[in-house]
Design a binder for this molecule. Structure first.
Ligand SMILES: NC(=O)c1ccc[n+]([C@@H]2O[C@H](COP(=O)([O-])OP(=O)(O)OC[C@H]3O[C@@H](n4cnc5c(N)ncnc54)[C@H](O)[C@@H]3O)[C@@H](O)[C@H]2O)c1
Length: 350
């Protein structure tokens, strides 16, 4: 019989609260502990998850708790590395929020620490669990679209996210926060990990005007072209400067053109519901609550980590996928800084 897994959540902000609520409502999983430097945030996340967890301000104390088998690391992007190394030392399995880390050395150190501790490491690239992207993958794998020709993928946030929602946006960027999702989805779609296709060159152009003028020292947007060995060309648009009046806090559009078919995804204004007194298009897909339980695909990826642990199986996404995306975001930054394309090595094997 599968055992019950004791879960800890490190970082109890917007997304850590979703991890806590998801574990608290997942059969076979016990939410044991939550850690946040800010005790009010830990308490609020605990209350949202039913008040069943023990709250810590120091995550090292959470990691010393023998009832915790595994942790979600849901700290600001630049802080994943230290917590992941501490979790590996404590022998805890870990689900790390995207991006795995914000430098290649840190990403490699996390993978090495997990391997030597013999713990499971998953990176939460949850768009693989998004129903429209899942259906796109099935259609592509079934040959419905033919050989991929062009992908145009836009994932943007309103300026509220870097200026108000995140206190740490200047220590990250829209490339780490949003492009990392797009890069993983594209690499997964075309099976880049198996060598079925390979990104060969990245050219990014970034601008830093609006956000720095508002005191947030991070780029406004990246426009990126990625060329693949097969001839596929991917265009990514990742901006953190949509107007606050935009009908939803994020905008996601993905258009995939194959030799024999096309696939169009609109993940933001999906039209399932429309309200005219507050956020016009509320979330019906990512993390909606249905009968008190988080029901969207963002919780499906978190539940997948727990069910893989319970079954003793490898999760579908691991540290190597996180390293590949980290290397691609670094190439975007390098390209934007030097104003020229960057030639890529093998993302998984170098
Ligand atoms: N998968 C997704 O779509 C998605 C969505 C949002 C955020 N994220 C990721 O989740 C992570 C957290 O993002 P967020 O939006 O929840 O940020 P947040 O700012 O809302 O929460 C971060 C929390 O970490 C706490 N913290 C900071 N340093 C700490 C420390 N040393 N010890 C303990 N707690 C500490 C802060 O007090 C805060 O409560 C980021 O990596 C982000 O990229 C992923």
């Amino acid at each position: 019989m599968e055992r019950t897994i004791g879960m800890g959540v490190i970082g109890a902000g917007t997304w850590g609260t979703l991890h806590a609520r998801t574990y608290a409502t997942t059969p076979g999983v016990r939410l044991v502990a939550i850690a946040d430097l800010d005790p009010a945030r830990a308490a609020a996340a605990n209350a949202a998850a039913g008040g069943i967890a023990h709250c810590y301000t120091d995550y090292h104390a959470l990691l010393a708790d023998p009832a915790v088998d595994a942790v979600s690391i849901v700290l600001p992007d630049a802080l994943h590395h230290d917590a992941a190394l501490a979790a590996a030392r404590a022998g805890k399995h870990m689900l790390i929020e995207k991006p795995l880390a914000t430098s290649e050395a840190q990403a490699r150190a996390i993978i090495a620490a997990a391997e030597s501790a013999g713990v499971v490491l998953m990176v939460d690239f949850h768009n693989r669990w998004s129903p429209p992207f899942h259906a796109l993958k099935l259609a592509y794998d079934a040959g419905e679209l033919g050989a991929l020709q062009m992908i145009s993928y836009r994932l943007n946030d309103t300026i509220f996210v870097p200026t108000t929602m995140l206190r740490w946006s200047a220590q990250s960027s829209v490339a780490w926060f949003l492009a990392s999702h797009c890069l993983d989805t594209v690499l997964w779609l075309c099976d880049a990990r198996t060598g079925a296709d390979t990104p060969t060159r990245v050219y990014s152009v970034a601008r830093s005007r609006l956000l720095p003028s508002q005191g947030v020292a991070t780029p406004d947007f990246y426009q990126t072209i990625i060329e693949f060995a097969s001839g596929l060309v991917v265009h990514l648009e990742n901006a953190w400067i949509l107007p606050e009046a935009a009908p939803s806090v994020f905008e996601l559009k993905c258009e995939v053109l194959g030799a024999t078919g096309a696939y169009y995804i609109d993940g933001s204004l999906h039209g399932a519901q429309k309200i005219v007194t507050r956020t016009t298009y509320p979330d019906a897909l990512v993390a909606p609550t249905v009968f008190g339980r988080p029901a969207g695909f963002a919780s499906e990826s978190i539940r997948h980590f727990a069910s893989a642990l319970r079954a003793g199986e490898r999760p579908l996404v691991d540290g190597r996928d996180g390293l590949a995306v980290t290397r691609l975001v670094l190439a975007m930054e390098q390209s934007a800084a030097q104003g020229a394309p960057v030639v890529l090595g093998d993302l998984w094997r170098d």
